[in-house]
Design a protein around this ligand. Structure first.
Ligand code: NAD
Ligand code: HSO
Ligand code: ZN
Length: 415
């Protein structure tokens, strides 16, 4: 257990010290750029197993996967998809009147989605990325996912009408999307979460291709008080810890007894959990238990950590919504567990990690739109813009800029 002060003094956000992996990740990216498919095949055997194969899954196999999964799962995917569509449609940017200066909205042309598949399978991630892209109007979507391709993930690809699905994961999958190979077409923007290697690869290709955010190993910060249900809070911690040994969990309590109770239950549940090994390592290496003195210290801690998910399960949980400014998503009250956001609530579960919620929002339909300005000045209005521009151009000693504006001051043939 730590005080807020002690925690803040020693804390480092996830990913900031990943220098050791950045070199290795860059080597793989360079190799894929130079050697294309041959490089993909080599790294896939190295990281995913000797028999692992990179291939495109044809549409009829995706359909067969959809038909083969249990009906209850099919219905659940369809229901979740509807919720996601409803939320994303509600928040989609709307065109403004095309007069004067205005932004014109265009869907991004080619989108690549990374669907993780190392320590767990993520059909939900297909929905949480492809549905916003489709609502935006993206015409070509490519999914990459580690081999051999999980049936439920492939089923979700069919449900979402994905154009191309390739069984290639990790850094090599990201590099293939960013630069293209003989068989995989390069895309304009890559989205989707992944482990620390995938997150680093996205950072390193950014600029040559767009990315949504650095959505690395999962994070959850829960705030509890005397009134909180300790069992629920402990289970919520485990629900993040089971993703990855590197998943981070923070328990912030306004009450010392509750802090100890939740911690005890989490350790107890970890022993019996199906993914016990991952959970125990995550809790041992990447869990913080912090005693906050009061509500404002709890809010300050959340904003300091800027976690992927913040969950407030205190008596006055509603009051946190305005004050928590840095969190990928905020879950308010005991009946809003983070797992609901993972699957079926509607906002995307692809959220910024490593403190990036300070400047980055979760994935949404608007990440798949560009809003570029259209500038059209009439002769009647020209003078006031030119007169504001010319002195600034001169101050910058950019005389051709000034001349370009001056030449039009007295009119000409152009109307
Ligand atoms: N932030 C979010 O929005 C969000 C959402 C869902 C999941 N997640 C996170 O996504 C991650 C999924 O991770 P995962 O491992 O299950 O699947 P993954 O698909 O991200 O990673 C598996 C791949 O990593 C590569 N890899 C493994 N070890 C490597 C090494 N030593 N060097 C280079 N490459 C290596 C391999 O190519 C392998 O196919 C978890 O950390 C989870 O918490 C985050
Ligand atoms: N909690 C993850 C984001 O950090 C998303 C997810 C998908 N499936 C289960 N969970
Ligand atoms: Zn989760």
């Amino acid at each position: 257990m730590q005080t807020a002060q002690q925690f803040k003094q020693s804390y480092r956000p996830a990913g900031q010290d990943d220098y050791d992996i950045s070199g290795r990740v860059l080597d793989i990216i360079r190799d894929v750029r130079q050697n294309g498919d041959a490089s993909l095949a080599r790294y896939t055997k190295q990281f995913d197993g000797e028999n692992a194969e990179v291939r495109e899954i044809p549409a009829d196999e995706l359909k067969a996967a959809f038909e083969s999964i249990p009906e209850a799962l099919r219905d659940a995917l369809i229901a979740a998809k509807e919720n996601i569509e409803a939320y994303q449609s509600k928040i989609k940017w709307q065109p403004v009147e095309p007069e004067g200066f205005y932004p014109v909205l265009h869907p991004i042309g080619r989108v690549g989605i990374y669907v993780p598949g190392g320590k767990a399978n993520y059909p939900s991630t297909v929905l949480m990325t492809a549905v916003p892209a489709k609502v935006a109007g993206v015409r070509c979507i490519t999914v990459v996912t580690p081999p051999p391709g999980n049936p439920a993930t492939l089923a979700a690809c069919h449900l979402c009408g994905i154009d191309h699905v390739y069984t290639v994961g990790g850094v090599q999958g990201i590099a293939a999307l960013a630069y293209g190979t003989e068989t995989i077409g390069r895309v304009d923007k890559i989205c989707g979460p992944g482990n620390a290697y995938v997150a680093m690869a996205k950072k390193l290709v950014y600029g040559d291709v767009g990315i949504d955010s650095v959505a690395g190993p999962s994070e959850l910060a829960i705030v509890v008080d005397k009134s909180s249900n300790a069992e629920w809070a402990a289970l919520d911690l485990l629900a993040q810890a089971e993703h990855d040994e590197q998943a981070r969990t923070y328990l912030i309590s306004l009450d010392q007894e509750k802090l100890e109770e939740v911690g005890r239950l989490a350790d107890q549940f970890a022993e019996e959990a199906p993914r016990s090994e991952i959970i125990k390592k995550s809790l041992a290496d990447n869990h913080w238990a912090i005693l906050a003195e009061n509500r404002s210290e709890a809010v300050e801690l959340l904003n300091f950590i800027a976690p992927e998910h913040a969950a407030v399960q205190t008596e006055d949980a509603d009051s946190y919504a305005e004050d928590v400014t840095h969190a990928g998503a905020l879950f308010v009250g005991g009946y809003s567990p983070e797992a609901i956001g993972d699957y079926s609530a509607g906002p995307s579960h692809v959220l910024p990690t490593g403190g990036n919620a300070r400047f980055q929002s979760g994935l949404s339909v608007n990440d798949f739109l560009t809003a570029n300005a259209v500038i059209r000045v009439d002769r009647a209005d020209y003078r006031r813009y030119a007169e504001a521009g010319i002195p600034i151009a001169r101050a910058e000693e950019l005389y051709a800029h000034a001349a370009s504006m001056e030449a039009r001051l007295n009119g000409g043939n152009e109307d």
